[in-house]
Ligand binder design. Structure first.
Ligand code: CA
Ligand code: CA
Length: 470
């Protein structure tokens, strides 16, 4: 009898354990989103190290998000034409053979579709889809990643490119610009199937181009397949990446030695994604209609968060601050605050409205009785801060949600008026926090020790929505 009861109990326990494993498998999907780093790296990105996702459009909504883009070359809110555009529907009719119209811009199966047609309209022989992020999404340096499928054929001229927010032509970054056909300079010869990675800066009316073409791209890479097109722009170099592999590196030094009158881009620039048609190109091999399909556009930035550039730029400083080569949390440098009422601020742009971000970093003070803080303000909500009085490095973090129309935030590292003293800060990061429903077991089960796997969340996932299974 006793044995029978024990057996019965054993069966019960085994049943309970197998039920737990079942639930554990259910929660196994969550582990893919963890460790925490995977959340801000947004899945299968080729972003170089130390970059933080600051903005993305995955085209998941049924219509184009007007906070990010407008169709064509005229801002529907301000009425302004984009940089060097001649009308709302054509940027430059001497080079673009098509009329861009909203009918050619739509979202299908989670992708932005930019259609090109050979249907005459508005005095043009072709029409096309064209979107612009002017005054909505712009950046001064960073890494842009676009997952796209390009059209091909002699007439097509699709491109993913950047122009200046101040609407002066130059600089222009041609991240990825495909020519179905292009005539050679000072020659009647023609090239076909070219992908371009260019920079242009200008001196007065002189455009200073540094061009680079990859020949026979469709032949070698099949551009009708999905590819991940990356472009990194820093203070001293640009690197174009295809599916994570560099295709061109242009250093500031090389550009300026090639173009002594040139300037390295150092200003806010917006994106244009378009499926244009070239005036000068033939139309023998093009299939109509054709499409430039874009699954996502992501912008990553780094804001010298570890000070390993040997400078505290581009942080804005006030009071007594300097770069420190002692007391760093990691690497060779950190940020030093030498007195009270002093600190660092950095306005990070390109954020999404109504979205949660976490700003964190390592901070310590030099002596007892002092306090140092990190904080965030001007994001659409009340200022938030986190503080430490520790003389050893402490991780501090603040999580904030941008307001309904806010696309930037001011990140701060500072000391109040709490007396003389010093503080050090290092390894700051900004995380984009995705809201994933997470399924975990009822904590009661955990108490009974029936979970074999570690809990699928860490102390840093407090903004992740959690569903508890009873
Ligand atoms: Ca998508
Ligand atoms: Ca450092």
């Amino acid at each position: 009898m006793k044995m029978k009861t024990s057996l019965y109990l054993l069966i019960l326990v085994l049943f309970a354990m197998s039920a737990c494993r079942k639930i554990g498998i259910q929660s196994g999907g969550i582990e893919e989103q963890l460790p925490y780093g995977n959340i801000h790296m947004a899945g299968s990105s080729f972003a170089p190290e130390d970059y933080t996702l600051v903005w993305e459009d995955n085209f998941d909504n049924p219509t184009l998000n007007p906070n990010n883009w407008f169709s064509g070359c005229q801002d529907p809110i301000t009425g302004e034409l984009t940089t060097v555009a001649e009308s709302a529907h054509n940027q430059s009719s001497y080079v673009y053979a098509g009329y861009n119209s909203p009918e050619n811009v739509y979202i299908q199966n989670g992708s932005l579709m930019l259609r090109g047609t050979n249907q005459p309209f508005g005095g043009y022989s072709y029409t096309n889809g064209w979107v612009t992020s002017m005054h909505r999404v712009h950046l001064n340096k960073g890494y842009i990643e676009i997952r796209a499928k390009f059209p091909s054929g002699d007439k097509v001229w699709p491109a993913l490119w950047l122009l200046a927010e101040d609407k002066i032509w130059g600089p222009e970054w041609d991240m990825w610009e495909y020519y179905g056909q292009k005539e050679r300079e000072n020659s009647t010869d023609k090239d076909y199937d070219l992908m371009g990675n260019h920079l242009m800066s200008s001196k007065d009316t002189n455009n200073l181009w540094s061009t680079y073409f990859i020949d026979q791209f469709d032949n070698s890479h099949n551009w009708q397949e999905w590819h991940i097109y990356g472009f990194e722009w820093t203070a001293d170099k640009a690197i174009w990446y295809l599916d994570g592999q560099p295709t061109r590196t242009l250093t500031k030094q090389a550009y300026l030695s090639e173009k002594p009158d040139g300037t390295w881009p150092d200003e806010e620039m917006f994106m244009i994604l378009n499926n244009g048609q070239r005036v000068k190109s033939e139309d023998f091999t093009t299939t109509w209609p054709n499409y430039l399909e874009i699954d996502y556009v992501r912008v990553y930035q780094k804001f010298n968060s570890d000070f390993e550039s040997g400078s505290t730029d581009p942080w804005l400083k006030y009071g007594n601050t300097s770069l420190s080569s002692i007391n760093q949390h990691a690497g060779s440098y950190c940020a030093y605050i030498g007195d009270d009422n002093s600190g660092y601020e950095y306005v990070i742009a390109g954020l999404k409205p109504n979205t949660s971000y976490t700003f964190r970093g390592y901070v310590k003070v030099a002596g007892f009785g002092q306090q140092a803080n990190i904080g965030v303000k001007e994001y659409g909500g009340a200022e938030i801060k986190a503080s430490t009085i520790s003389t050893g490095y402490m991780p501090l973090s603040v999580t904030f949600t941008t307001g309904a129309t806010n696309t930037s935030a001011k990140l701060c590292f500072y000391r109040f008026a709490d007396g003389a003293g010093a503080a050090y800060g290092d390894d700051f990061e900004l995380f984009y926090t995705r809201l994933h429903p997470i399924t975990v077991l009822n904590p009661a089960y955990q108490l009974h020790g029936l979970i074999m796997a570690p809990l699928p969340f860490s102390t840093e996932t407090n903004t992740v929505a959690i569903t508890v299974l009873i």
